[in-house]
Design a protein around this ligand. Structure first.
Ligand code: TLP
Length: 353
């Protein structure tokens, strides 16, 4: 069925013609030798935007998170995080396989929103200093929180948690793959959203529409260690300015501001989907560009679980991911339009006829 509407992720976007032009024209050099002017420019722009001392261009968000861990822990250390956080859930266990760390979960039982952690939750997880225990070293938070539905952390709670973590001797890493979305949705500038975070990984290849790339942002010393570790794990790239130029183009051409369009379309889609008996979720939970759409009991009984629904929708030209047995995820992004998004509910409804 034409056109195919690909809502699997905001990673599926292709660079715009203008972005490709900027990439073709990029000034480049050998970035491993520190010679690539475009990468150097991107890194210094990022550190200014985030209000931190330094930044490092890396191939992926997964590598940004892994380097955040590698630069701030030693093998045997423990990372504290929520059980639904990407760093634990989706990164192939890199924290263990490469960094030699273990993970201990901080629950969200007294938090107003899923995936949000509190100082009390942190205290329930921390076991203190004792020769029997691993050294608790790093707290990792995620904003926006992917598996909690793209939610934006309540800023006061984030700051409170960062303070509590520091008082307990932990460093704080922020997985800000979609921090741009958090900033646009909350109206809070990026540099404020990262106050109290010791390192931040942010993706360029999601909402901003770049083909490749993420940044790790931190203090000079941590970035220096991360630069060394990046080379160690094979992430040193040569004429990477071709890629950095895409990001500079995105920053200069309103690819951040336009995320409000993605958020508006996600909300609209959620409202339309919940008018169908196929879904059972609250559209109010949609705060940014991710729509976690829980299937109704009726839909599950009629056609099978979310994985079966994913295949059925695929046949109808709507691509999305099943995130669990009951829930489909639809993501809005740069390559969609109002026209395409409004086609989705009727195609979904067609599955039941
Ligand atoms: N997330 C992808 C999948 O891995 C699930 C997606 O489509 O959402 N942190 C967060 C919060 C992420 O959502 C992702 C990607 C990453 C890190 C990793 O980024 P990449 O894919 O660049 O390694």
């Amino acid at each position: 069925m034409e056109p195919i509407i690909d809502m699997r992720s905001d990673t599926v976007t292709r660079p715009t013609p203008e972005m490709r032009d900027a990439m073709a024209r990029a000034a480049v050099g050998d970035d491993v030798a520190g010679d690539d002017p475009s990468v150097n420019e991107l890194e210094s722009r990022a550190s200014a935007l985030f209000g931190k001392e330094a930044a490092l261009f890396v191939p992926s968000g997964t590598m940004g998170n892994l380097l955040g861990i590698l630069a701030q822990t030693a093998p045997g250390d423990e990372i504290l995080t929520h059980q639904e956080n990407h760093i634990y859930y989706y990164e192939g266990g890199g924290y263990a396989a490469v960094a030699g760390c273990s993970v201990r979960f901080v629950d969200d039982q007294d938090a107003p929103k899923r995936g949000v952690m509190t100082p009390d939750g942190l205290d329930r997880a921390l076991r203190g200093c004792d020769i029997h225990f691993p050294r608790s070293r790093l707290l990792s938070i995620e904003n926006t929180h992917n598996r909690a539905g793209g939610l934006v952390w309540p800023e006061d709670m984030r700051r409170e948690l960062c303070d509590a973590a520091h008082q307990r001797g932990l460093r704080v890493h922020l997985d800000g793959a979609r921090l741009w979305n958090a900033s646009v949705a909350s109206g809070i500038p990026i540099h404020e959203l990262v106050e109290g975070c010791d390192s931040i990984s942010v993706c360029l290849s999601k909402g901003l529409g770049c083909p490749v790339g993420s940044l790790l942002v931190s203090d000079r010393e941590t970035i220096q260690i991360a630069r060394h570790k990046r080379k160690m794990i094979g992430g040193g790239m040569r004429q990477a300015g071709v890629l950095a130029a895409a990001a500079i183009h995105a920053l200069e051409h309103h690819h951040i501001d336009r995320l409000s369009e993605d958020h508006r379309r996600a909300k609209l889609l959620a409202e339309e989907l919940t008018k169908l008996p196929i879904f059972d979720f609250d559209p109010e939970l949609v705060e940014t560009n991710l729509v976690y759409a829980r299937l109704s009991r009726e839909a599950l009984e009629a056609q099978g679980d979310a994985f079966a629904w994913q295949d059925l929708l695929d046949e109808r030209g709507v691509r999305c991911y099943a995130e669990s047995r009951t829930t489909l995820r639809f993501v809005t992004h740069l390559d969609l339009s109002d026209e395409l998004v409004t086609l989705v509910p009727e195609r979904v409804a067609g599955v039941m006829h």
